[in-house]
Ligand binder design. Structure first.
Ligand code: ADP
Ligand code: ASP
Ligand code: MG
Length: 819
């Protein structure tokens, strides 16, 4: 025998009621269900509460609400009933709503709304729905009758939150069904009556409890809670897209997860089921084929120590502190006694081991009452200075991880707090249930969704990683990056379980955002026609507001302005990936601020591609350093342009001709002097010097000029070439002298003994710099371990494909943080 309960959305539309008819007629239920508990139609209880508020304020808007309530129920009746049955249903609805109007008129007239009257007003939702559903079932081949739970369920007079009286209620239910006619009873959820016969409600969401009460009284085999989700999920599916159904869970776990905000089950529901060993099934009215969640006394191993994650969206934290609390017996007892007398239930308590302070998480509406009551209770200590006046912190949420498997596995809290910390979620207070089946943290409310998603990913998708990417700059490198992401995204998701979600993009003119994801291939087109005007500051603000977990900002510009925003971006817990050299070769303070912040706070700041594009130079230096090796010297050819010119300078052509060829091949800036001044190479040398721990500025890097000063005086590029030709003989002279000793000229950066220099050097045949071809870069690292034969990293050090590839790799590092 089973007791079923259908929630608000499960009765809230004619389609849903059609499903109920099918479910009750199905093989699993036909003839096995003595009672079906129903909620009010979805949204009706809220609407009734709003009506009461309007009436007491003298606002006649409540009358329109009554009309629309009437229309909604009559329309549903019309969809299933006809003739006399429809007339009778219409009479029933009109008579209830007539009664409701009179109650509300009284409220409006008196201008007074007591908790008792509010409960009476709210009772109409269930009375309307149960009456109508009973008639619809009866007219559709299921013999059924209406049952007003107030007749049987007796409760305390705590309006809005009454506790049912077990013995009396169970006796009433048993007696009623024993002498009944055996037809299915459609019962009003949520409502009960006091000993004096006054209407009370059991708390919002209380229909679940009504079902459990009936199941317990009738010693049912199961109680089935039918709702609009597949079961109890690993997190609220409205907030966490990847949430999945939990097949089976323990009563204790269900109680904990619902206590911490999983609205799918009203927490007190568990108790009557647990006491009678009755399994609770949570099932989906709109997907009846799904087996749902089974809540039982002992469950199989779910595979994860944590079953689910939930949150309470709005809480306040009331804090009592003072030296007068230290080691004084009975302070907690007085705090809880005071709150209990005011009927305030506490969500969470934390106490520091010094006993210097106690924090209590409460519903925000209760916080002022608690502060006043505690202020009174401790007035003597407060005026004596031993205890501070209680204060409340508002705008908070509680997030909790729940699972009885946590008892026997370590590292759960580490994972929980790492996920919060990595995403910049500040933890205000922490509590762990002594049963060790939950750990909860109080956090700022604005981070709730991000925290839920990040923690969910950390526990359940540790194999899957995601990164939410914001890209600024869609030129050559940014554009190539978009193509690469588009081409590899599917394979990454399949093979590596890494999801790259592009959520924001900007070029110099426009910017667009979409948390559900932009198409990397269409972004450039979209930006040419749509989006808001681009503005770096506004871009940062939008990223911060979106507040997504594992967020990553990628700067594919060469802009100083964008680079100057990295600090703010990292402080918003958004990782930064950049091929833009500006930040790391700017002022030393800025560089050390960024890298220090990243290290201390664990927010990735990755810039491998600022030196030699995709070649693994920075990561190699880091690995050498971490593994205890000492870097003695770095020598490098950092500039593809200079590499090309000097590699080809073999006496067959004059120097100026090589420069012309480099320009023709697109290896130089429009004005080749921007390469030949070696400033770009100097910036890279500076970055590597800093990576080696040197504190220096760009001005400290010594750059020996390649060109005579007169070349820089030339007014145009043509004039420059004319000037350069005048020096061809000098270049050739220098080359020939070196060649006579078997050497060739190379432009090389050296970082050694705390200094960085760039100059033309003469290299013998055995030199690693002689092996360069075309525009290759090379970095030669001499360390304690690589002494006899230095380590050489060689390859193309520029180009859209290799640079974008390196940037892509850094982005994937953000998705896969080193835990
Ligand atoms: P009903 O009206 O059927 O009682 P509720 O709205 O009270 O339904 O509860 C179902 C809702 O609970 C779901 O739509 C879902 O948004 C929310 N919810 C919150 N946390 C969870 C969770 N962990 N698992 C499933 N649903 C959850
Ligand atoms: N109708 C009530 C509410 O909305 C009870 C319930 O749905 O369980 O809170
Ligand atoms: Mg509910």
């Amino acid at each position: 025998m089973k007791v079923l309960k259908f929630g608000g959305t499960s009765v809230g539309s004619p389609e849903a009621i059609g499903q109920i008819v099918d479910i009750l007629k199905g093989r699993d239920h036909r003839g096995k269900v003595p009672a079906v508990v129903v909620s009010a139609f979805s949204g009706v209880t809220d609407s009734l509460a709003a009506m009461a508020g309007e009436a007491v304020a003298g606002n006649p808007a409540y009358m329109e609400r009554i009309d629309s309530l009437s229309a909604r129920h009559l329309e549903t009746a019309g969809r299933f009933l006809s003739g006399r049955e429809l007339d009778e249903a219409g009479d029933g609805i009109r008579s209830l709503l007539g009664e409701l109007s009179r109650v509300l008129e009284g409220v409006a007239l008196l201008g007074e709304l007591s908790p008792r009257t509010l409960d009476l007003v709210m009772s109409f939702g269930e009375r309307l729905s149960a009456g109508l559903v009973a008639r619809i079932l009866d007219a559709n081949g299921i013999r059924a009758g209406f049952l007003d739970a107030r007749k049987l369920v007796k409760a305390t007079g705590d309006f809005g939150n009454a506790r049912y009286l077990k013995t009396e209620t169970e006796a009433n239910i048993r007696a009623f069904f024993a002498s009944g006619d055996g037809i299915l009873r459609v019962v009003t959820g949520f409502i009960a009556s006091t000993a004096e016969g006054q209407t009370v409600t059991l708390g919002r969401g209380g229909s679940d409890l009504t079902a459990a009460i009936f199941a317990a009284a009738l010693t049912a085999d199961e109680v089935e809670i039918w709702t609009d989700v597949d079961g109890i999920m690993s997190a609220d599916p409205r907030l966490v897209k990847n949430a999945f159904r939990i097949g089976e869970m323990l009563y204790a776990e269900a109680m904990e997860i619902s206590h911490f905000g999983a609205r799918v089950l009203f927490p007190p529901t568990v108790r009557p089921a647990l006491e009678n060993g009755i399994p609770i099934l949570i099932r989906n009215t709109f997907n009846p084929g799904c087996p749902g969640t089974r809540v039982v006394g002992s469950a199989g191993d779910g595979g994860f120590p944590v079953k689910g994650i939930s949150s309470i969206s709005r809480v306040s934290l009331v804090r009592m502190q003072g030296t007068g609390m230290m080691g004084v017996a009975g302070v907690s007892a007085r705090i809880f006694g005071t709150l209990a007398r005011r009927r305030i239930s506490v969500i969470l308590i934390t106490q520091g081991s010094s006993e210097y302070s106690i924090c209590l998480a409460l519903p925000p509406a209760d916080a002022p009452v608690a502060i006043e009551a505690l202020g009174e209770e401790f007035s003597r200590e407060i005026s004596g200075g031993g205890i501070d006046r209680p204060v409340s912190l508002d705008g908070l949420s509680v997030i909790a991880v729940v699972g009885s498997g946590m008892k026997s596995s370590s590292g759960v809290s580490g994972k929980f707090f790492h996920a919060l910390g990595r995403n910049g979620v500040n933890v205000v207070a922490i509590a762990q249930g002594s049963s060790e089946s939950s750990i909860s943290a109080v956090i700022p409310a604005q981070h709730e969704a991000k925290a839920l998603n990040a923690v969910h990913e950390a526990f359940f998708h540790s194999a899957t990683r995601s990164v939410n990417l914001f890209l600024v700059g869609t030129g050559l490198i940014g554009g190539t990056l978009l193509d690469q992401i588009a081409a590899h995204r599917a394979a990454l998701a399949d093979r590596e379980m890494i999801r790259v979600n592009l959520v924001g993009a900007a070029n110099g003119k426009r910017m667009i955002f979409d948390a559900s994801g932009l198409d990397p291939l269409r972004v450039r087109d979209t930006l040419s026609g749509e989006g808001e005007p681009s503005n770096p500051e506004a871009f940062v603000e939008r990223m911060t507001e979106m507040n997504l977990p594992n967020a990553c900002f990628c700067d594919c510009t060469a802009s100083d302005e964008i680079a100057s925003l990295y600090g703010r971006i990292l402080s918003a817990s958004i990782a930064v990936v950049t091929p833009n050299k500006r930040a790391n070769s700017g002022p030393m303070d800025y560089y050390s601020g960024l890298t220090g912040f990243s290290r201390d706070r664990g927010i990735p700041y990755l810039y491998e591609t600022t030196v030699c594009a995709g070649l693994p130079v920075i990561s190699t230096l880091r690995d050498l350093h971490l593994s205890g090796d000492r870097i003695r010297r770095i020598e490098a050819v950092f500039s593809g342009t200079l590499s090309f010119i000097f590699n080809g300078f073999d006496g067959s052509r004059p120097f100026s001709e090589l420069v012309r060829e480099a320009k023709a091949k697109g290896y130089t800036e429009p004005d080749p002097r921007d390469d030949l001044n070696a400033m770009d190479a100097a910036r890279k040398a500076l970055i590597l010097a800093r990576e080696c721990g040197l504190s220096m500025e760009l001005a400290d890097v010594k750059v020996a000029p390649i060109l005579p000063a007169a070349c820089f005086g030339a007014e145009s590029v043509d004039a420059f070439f004319a000037e350069l030709e005048r020096h061809d003989a000098d270049f050739e002279n220098r080359r020939a002298m070196a060649a006579a000793e078997g050497k060739a000229l190379r432009y090389i950066a050296v970082i050694e003994d705390g200094r960085a220099n760039l100059s033309i050097r003469e290299e013998g045949a055995e030199s690693p710099f002689r092996s360069l071809v075309d525009s290759d870069n090379i970095v030669v690292i001499t360390t304690d371990r690589y002494l006899r034969l230095p380590m050489a990293i060689k390859g193309p050090g520029a180009g859209a494909q290799v640079t974008a590839g390196g940037v892509f790799a850094d982005i994937l590092r953000v998705a896969r943080p080193p835990v």
